[in-house]
Design a protein around this ligand. Structure first.
Ligand SMILES: C[S@@+](CC[C@H](N)C(=O)[O-])C[C@H]1O[C@@H](n2cnc3c(N)ncnc32)[C@H](O)[C@@H]1O
Length: 231
């Protein structure tokens, strides 16, 4: 997959410049920014060094929804994980993402949050996967540009190795979206699921489907199950 770096309301222009620099180091071309063009000031260009072209080509959006509209796999990032206590924040590592994305087609959006507040829960809910770089529990939160560098490094080094042959056709975005929509309709129509649990069920299902990198055949088989289910 083709990585696309998506920054949500970055506050420090120096960070944006440093991110452009490491994107060039690891051959990632596309930078999207949710926020204002004013972030690309002199400091950003100084810190980008030989990656000014990446800043020149950066595309700006008003919301994360708009920025991910054409993205096939959306990966939200954070240093804060909570395992079983919060099922929406069960993470994969950059290495796992790199291993699983090999050989797949389409665009992979890597979404990074604000330097002070990170990504909101609502923004994380828009993501297909939740990724966290393993770090010390005493101080898990990294500098924004360092976090981008670590993730792009993992993707880059695996790309350099011989890609694994893909044995099964992976599910297309349309197939995954259809399966997720069928599941959501199933949840909405199911009176046995308490209302307060429905939204969580939907997000967890989306995350599981994305973590599993399912094949087209698997997606279509599961679609049948939800279509035929009477509730
Ligand atoms: C300085 S951090 C934001 C800190 C904020 N207090 C929080 O709780 O997320 C800025 C961004 O860097 C990325 N980041 C920082 N540490 C990370 C880690 N260990 N794993 C993955 N991404 C990380 C995330 O995108 C995060 O939103």
């Amino acid at each position: 997959m083709e990585p696309v770096v998506i920054l949500v309301n970055p506050k420090y222009s120096g960070n944006v410049g440093a991110i452009a620099r490491c994107m060039k180091n690891f051959e990632v071309r596309e930078l999207r920014i949710v926020g204002d063009r004013g972030i690309l000031d002199k400091e950003a260009y100084i810190r980008s060094v030989h990656a000014k072209d990446i800043l020149d080509r950066a595309v700006f959006y008003n919301s994360l929804e708009e920025a991910i509209e054409d993205i096939d796999l959306v990966v939200g990032t954070s240093g804060i994980v909570s395992g079983d206590r919060n099922l929406k924040r069960v993470p994969i590592t950059p290495k796992e993402l790199a291993e699983k994305h090999l050989g797949l087609k389409g665009k992979m959006g890597l979404v990074f949050g604000r330097e002070d507040d990170g990504l909101t829960n609502r923004e994380l809910d828009l993501c297909d996967l939740f990724l966290s770089i393993p770090t010390s529990p005493e101080y898990p939160v990294m500098n924004l540009s360092h976090a981008v560098a670590v993730i792009l490094y993992e993707l880059y080094t695996l790309k350099l190795e011989k890609p694994f042959p893909v044995k099964m056709r992976e599910a297309s975005k349309l197939e995954k979206d259809t399966l997720i929509k069928l599941f959501e309709d199933f949840v909405d129509a199911n009176e046995n699921i308490p209302e307060y649990r429905k939204e969580l069920c939907k997000v967890i299902f989306k995350r599981i489907i994305s973590r599993a990198f399912i094949s087209g055949k698997e997606a279509n088989t599961l679609m049948c199950a939800f279509r035929s289910k009477k509730v």
